[in-house]
Structures are given as structure tokens and as C-alpha cells.
Design a protein around this ligand. Structure first.
Ligand SMILES: CC(C)(COP(=O)(O)OP(=O)(O)OC[C@H]1O[C@@H](n2cnc3c(N)ncnc32)[C@H](O)[C@@H]1OP(=O)(O)O)[C@@H](O)C(=O)NCCC(=O)NCCS
Length: 121
């Protein structure tokens, strides 16, 4: 099983965002969805993670991931994962993820991506 399909993502998408005053600086969508690298483990899948270019490298991305992990933990999930584009893999690793499996072409975006997996403690 791979990433959540588009219909499932649209129906169950739970958006999260980070703000600075009235300005949204970072967004991500997430949904409960199994991780192929951790079969049978309750998991949360996230996608469309982005920080406004004017606000990058200030910790907003890390804080948003921490917030999603807290929501996942509260839902009893033990893993959080994503299909990460190559240019963002270092960010996820810096935030505590491990890289799993080989790179592949994402059929939605056409980008080369890799699984990044967080263990929620
Ligand atoms: C990738 C992205 C979400 C990072 O958000 P950010 O707010 O700039 O990241 P943070 O400031 O929270 O950085 C957290 C850590 O990751 C590191 N980091 C950030 N971007 C990185 C990158 N592209 N490669 C390697 N490390 C990176 C930071 O140095 C920091 O490490 P430190 O705490 O050890 O100093 C943001 O750059 C972005 O939106 N990029 C364009 C869209 C994108 O690629 N989204 C991901 C799709 S899979």
C-alpha cells in the first residue's frame, strides 16, 4: 500500500498551519493512513508541506511537524510518514525522520520522492 489516494486525501484531509500574527507561514495536510514500511502500525500520512519562502529557515517547518506529531500521538498513531522530494529529505532527517526504501517517481507530482518515516514517541 502506498500513499493515500486522491479521493481519500480530499475526503479526510486534515489541514494544519503555522501562523505569525495574521499571516499563515506554513501549511501541511495529513490523514490517518498506513505506512508501507511499518505494516500493522497505526500511522499518519502527511503531504503538501510548505513554508512561505519569506519565512523559511526559521523553524516553522519543524514546529509544524511537531504539531502534527502531537495530533497523531493523541490519535494513538505510532508513526508519521511522507513521500519527500529529494530537496526536502535533509529537512525531514534534521527533524528526526529516517529515510526508507529507494527513490521512485511519484505518480501524482511526477517528482522523484523517498519515504521519510518518523517514530512518534
Ligand atoms: C522544506 C521546508 C518545508 C522546510 O521548512 P523550514 O521552515 O524552512 O525548515 P526549519 O527552519 O524548520 O528547519 C528545520 C531543520 O531542517 C534543516 N533544513 C531546512 N530545510 C532543509 C533542506 N532543504 N535540506 C536540509 N536541511 C534543511 C534546517 O537547517 C533545520 O536544521 P537544524 O534545526 O538542525 O538547524 C521548506 O523549505 C519548504 O517549504 N520548501 C519548499 C516546499 C517543499 O519542499 N516542501 C516539502 C515537500 S516534500
Amino acid at each position: 500500500m502506498g500513499r493515500a489516494d486522491n479521493a481519500h486525501r480530499q475526503r479526510w484531509r486534515r489541514p494544519s498551519s503555522a501562523r505569525q500574527g495574521d499571516i499563515v507561514t506554513a501549511v501541511v495536510s495529513h490523514v490517518r493512513w498506513p505506512c508501507p514500511d511499518e505494516p500493522g502500525v497505526p500511522a499518519r500520512y502527511f503531504w503538501a508541506m510548505a513554508v512561505d519562502t519569506a519565512h523559511q529557515h526559521r523553524g516553522h517547518g519543524r514546529r509544524l511537524l511537531t504539531a502534527v506529531a502531537a495530533l497523531a500521538r493523541a490519535s494513538g498513531e505510532l508513526v508519521m510518514w511522507a513521500d519527500a522530494r529529494e530537496s526536502a529529505v535533509g529537512f525531514y532527517v534534521a527533524c528526526g525522520a529516517r529515510v526508507s526504501g529507494e527513490p521512485y517517481v511519484d505518480d501524482g507530482s511526477g517528482l522523484i520522492v523517498r519515504h521519510v518515516v518518523f517514530t512518534i514517541s
